[in-house]
Ligand binder design. Structure first.
Ligand SMILES: Cc1cc2nc3c(=O)[nH]c(=O)nc-3n(C[C@H](O)[C@H](O)[C@H](O)COP(=O)(O)OP(=O)(O)OC[C@H]3O[C@@H](n4cnc5c(N)ncnc54)[C@H](O)[C@@H]3O)c2cc1C
Length: 119
């Protein structure tokens, strides 16, 4: 059974731009990004977004990040852990600044753990 309406599912699959409203280092290697997404309709616990950046050579790269803000929050927050040789996480963790535009799509399906495997 799908909980998403057709229009919500369509909106989630489309790329759109958000604006970085703030950032905060939680540790030297992990940074929270606060993103304002016009028309963001909320999300459910466990959902994630795909974030897309354009490199200087013009190519686009997408990576997934779990949503850490409360489901009804107006702002979206992501917690990015830096991989030393990872292109996207280093950029998001070190270089993104307040006011930057960021392309994203979502919210995308929930990540859940099947507890029977843990028993
Ligand atoms: C559903 C989902 C949710 C996620 N949620 C989060 C989240 O909330 N927070 C978060 O931080 N991440 C999350 N991730 C992981 C995230 O999507 C990225 O994979 C992560 O940020 C690394 O991306 P990158 O481009 O920096 O690294 P990549 O360039 O993709 O590299 C990945 C790893 O491979 C290594 N590597 C790269 N190139 C080489 C090479 N040539 N030889 C050897 N090793 C190499 C890098 O050191 C790095 O550790 C999530 C992933 C999924 C699928």
């Amino acid at each position: 059974m799908s909980i998403l309406t057709d229009s919500a599912a369509q909106r989630s699959s489309q790329w759109r731009f958000g604006i970085v409203a703030g950032t905060a280092y939680e540790t030297p290697r992990a940074r929270t990004l606060v993103i304002e997404v016009p028309g963001w309709g909320g999300h459910r616990l466990g959902q994630y977004v795909d974030v897309c950046l354009r490199s200087v050579d013009g190519t686009w790269t997408a990576r997934s990040y779990s949503i850490t803000s409360p489901p009804q929050g107006a702002l979206l927050t992501l917690l990015v852990g830096k991989s030393d040789s990872g292109g996207m996480s280093r950029h998001l963790a070190d270089m993104l600044e307040k006011g930057d535009r960021i392309a994203l799509r979502g919210p995308l399906q929930r990540v859940s753990v099947n507890m029977t495997y843990l028993a």
